[in-house]
Ligand binder design. Structure first.
Ligand SMILES: [Zn+2]
Ligand SMILES: [Zn+2]
Length: 383
């Protein structure tokens, strides 16, 4: 699957475009001015038991809009599982070792790593944990990062499936970003700094190879609980949530966050990622007996259904904005609609990608039609 926001995150009120070099692509939904969001809070060294046998720790991630990623520690008789072990690289690793120590555990206790989706602030520590302890790596079966040359090359041969040298990865990314976007927009691509970091991080940047890929409905036992895997495409195609129906605990990853909405990329293998996202949100709303939702950023919360509903409304509002704008923008380009949908500081590839996802959704609904003019997609209402 493809991501257009490996190197961006955003947090601008009422928009979801890029601001600078983050990695998670999460955007803000609120109109409220400048009160720091809980997702923006700096990582603390606190260890909180958020449900029996489940500890919340936080790892620093320095990017606009996101101050930490929650790394949950799930205890059982075999040791621990960790969920979303932070960014790649030695610094984050040192924090991870420190946090595990504060939970009374050590790296050697880790028998399983759960990675909710293919963004670096979630998968970063996974392969090193796997190398050091032989830990299983659990993801959804469609897990695929933008750094995996296999996807970028469209080559399913065994040898090329190896995520090989840093130079190979960098070259694969450069090839990927050399292609134009499906709507003819520019490809900003990663910053030179990011590419350099990736080259020098070497094996630190190894992307996870799942040893235990899950399909929807499959169960897995962690923290003495039986979790049901939920495939929740939208933020990324490969997003995985885990639901413990007995005690109503849900690990929501970036799919549902307490106060900000995740970026929806138009660059996915699916024709209508927004429709998938709506469906994945409705599934959250339909869960019975939820006692606590454990997001990847921000604090645990209880009203998962209400929050999912709110995010659906947010995107319905955005669709309405496009519907209204289309009156004044006959045959508008993605960039033109983006300028209506996003504040100027957010304009760019990521905002275009999310705009494209909304336009394609309206096209799938039969409300808009698309034509191409000199390589650029143009949208007009069908009515
Ligand atoms: Zn994230
Ligand atoms: Zn993410």
């Amino acid at each position: 699957m493809q991501h257009d926001h490996h190197d961006h995150a955003s947090h601008s009120p009422n928009s979801s475009g890029p601001e600078s070099a983050g990695v998670s692509g999460v955007s803000d939904v609120s109109e409220a001015p400048r009160k720091p969001k809980q997702e923006q809070e700096d990582a603390t060294t606190d260890v909180t038991e958020v449900a029996p046998g489940i500890l919340r720790t936080q790892l620093p991630i320095s990017m606009p809009g996101l101050g930490h990623v929650n790394c949950y520690v799930l205890e059982d008789e075999r040791g621990i599982a960790v969920v979303d072990p932070g960014l790649p690289g030695p610094e984050s690793w040192d924090h991870l070792v420190d946090r595990l120590g504060r939970t009374g555990h050590q790296v050697a206790d880790v028998h399983t790593v759960v990675v909710t989706h293919s963004h670096p602030d979630h998968f970063g520590g996974a392969m090193r944990l796997h190398h050091e302890t032989g830990a299983d790596i659990v993801t959804h079966e469609s897990f695929r990062t933008i750094f995996d040359t296999s996807e970028l090359d469209d080559d399913e041969d065994s040898e090329s499936l190896d995520v090989n040298s840093p130079d190979d990865r960098a070259a694969a990314m450069e090839r990927y970003f050399a292609k134009p976007s499906p709507w003819g927009g520019r490809r900003a691509g990663p910053s030179p700094e990011f590419m350099e970091r990736m080259r020098t991080a070497g094996s630190m940047f190894t992307t996870p190879r799942p040893t235990q890929p899950l399909v929807d409905g499959q169960t897995i036992k962690l923290a003495r609980r039986e979790w049901v895997a939920m495939h929740t495409p939208g933020h990324t195609y490969d997003h995985l949530c885990l639901f413990d129906p007995e005690f109503g605990v849900v690990l929501t990853g970036d799919h549902v966050l307490p106060t900000i909405t995740p970026h929806i990329s138009g660059l996915t293998p699916n024709a209508d990622p927004l429709a998938l996202f709506f469906e994945s949100l409705h599934r959250m709303n339909g869960l019975d007996g939820v006692s606590v939702a454990l997001p990847a950023h921000g604090h645990p919360f209880t009203d998962l259904g209400g929050r999912a509903e709110h995010i659906i409304e947010h995107h319905e509002d955005r669709l309405d904005i496009i519907r209204n704008a289309s009156q004044d923008l006959p045959d508008g380009t993605v960039e033109q609609f983006m300028r209506v949908l996003f504040r100027e500081r957010s304009w760019g590839e990521m905002a275009e990608s999310e705009t494209y996802a909304h336009l394609e959704h309206l096209r799938e609904l039969g409300e808009m039609q698309r034509s191409f003019d000199e390589g650029f997609a143009r949208y007009a209402t069908t009515a």
